[in-house]
Design a protein around this ligand. Sequence first.
Ligand SMILES: Cc1cc2nc3c(=O)[nH]c(=O)nc-3n(C[C@H](O)[C@H](O)[C@H](O)COP(=O)(O)OP(=O)(O)OC[C@H]3O[C@@H](n4cnc5c(N)ncnc54)[C@H](O)[C@@H]3O)c2cc1C
Length: 467
Amino acid sequence: MGATRRTMLIGGGALAAGVAGLAGRRIWLDREPAALPAVDGEGHLLWQNWSATEHAYPATRLAPASADEAAHALKTAAGPVRMVGASHSFTGLVPTPATLISLDRMTGVLGHDPETNQASVAAGTRLYELGPALAKIGQDMPNLPDINKQSLAGGTQTGTHGTGRGFRAVHGGILAFDLATPRGEVIECSATSNPDAFNAARVGIGAFGVVTRFTMQNHPLSRVKKVTSLRPREDLIAGWDELLAKHRNVEFYVIPFSHWGQLITHDETTEPVRPRGPDTDTDGQMKLKHARDLLEFATPLRFWMLDDLIAGMPEQVAIDEGWKLLSNERSVRNREIEYHLPRETQMAALRDVLDAIERYRSDVFIPVEVRRIAADDAWLSPFYGRESGSIAVHTYYKDDYRFFYTLIEPILRRYGGRPHWGKLNSLQHDDFAALYPRWKDALAVREALDPQGKLLNPYLTRVMRRG
Ligand SMILES: Cc1cc2nc3c(=O)[nH]c(=O)nc-3n(C[C@H](O)[C@H](O)[C@H](O)COP(=O)(O)OP(=O)(O)OC[C@H]3O[C@@H](n4cnc5c(N)ncnc54)[C@H](O)[C@@H]3O)c2cc1C
């Protein structure tokens, strides 16, 4: 055997052993996290959020059937009293060892006005129920989040949003709401009735009381065309403003360790219905995971393999009512940080985030999400007073996410970002006070409604009170 052939064989063997070793390491790291006990020592049932970043064993669980019952519960139950919607927030907004209130018995459309496209909706209604219920009365929410599992109250309380130039977050369509307070009363909040409470509690992270009913300004029901296509990453970044001007709802996902991104657009159409096909996102994400598992430490090879895999993927088109297309299934459990930046800094921040991931975090494989949200005037809305561009980084639920705080968050803060209230961040009271011009006003409203701090769990105490 000549020297060259022997060298090649040895080199090939070493490479194969290396790949097998790395794959083995990944298999070892890929273990299912230990499950928490379903019941604690005192017989209290486990509450856990979707991403398994938070949990508690509340001593009492209440499900009021009316606003008065909610107010009575708030006044009389042991604190901290926390409200829960669909448990899809990543942050510690919900956990309490004392009283957990769900509005699962207060759901559905309560009334509507066909002239104005306004509807009165019970606050516990899940978005996946709301879409078909509004469609029945000829109404539509033209902008929805990426999933539709949230309750309307839980979603709006954290500033949940979709995407599109000129489209506000979900709370942007709220004209009025009823709020049950810890003082045991129910107040109507709107621009003309208790306007300070309306401005402070519209995005209120559940710190002002129980929202029991909304008046929503909807749009006439419409049909949209959803197009999902793969585009070169650079085209998406350079063409973002043009894409925003061209499409009703538009977002893109950058696929890390590739030169590609996925563009998703929705535009109104009168073309005939073409129902969406089965979900392919889960399969796609698992393929990205396999590429990560195999080539985690061979970045050039990973780029080459992903670029090759992605380049030939076909465009997908679906045409239907918006509520059937705007949201997706996310069955791959993840952890997420999302910040909302001034729109002028969004693309520069995105470049820095991608650079940081591709230099230092070869374990990341879930695409980075990029959206646009219009300004609004809710005092604690992350979009208060400014059109915003959002950037979201995700990790697989079995992977470490602590680098969000040390690597990603400093970049997003440097570019003037405000964190999503429901997604992972490390900010404290003084940080929020500096980011929100009406912070003090909002907190004064909160103290007046909840002077004893009954709604404050440890997380909210950290956020709402100076340490
Ligand atoms: C897979 C996934 C995808 C997501 N996609 C998006 C997205 O596309 N866009 C986006 O912006 N966000 C998104 N999020 C974040 C999510 O929308 C928010 O965290 C939202 O708050 C979750 O709603 P929920 O009903 O689960 O509320 P929960 O998490 O249960 O509660 C959220 C807050 O609302 C309060 N609350 C609940 N009900 C009431 C009530 N009746 N009165 C007063 N306060 C109440 C709670 O106390 C808590 O403070 C996503 C999250 C996940 C896990």
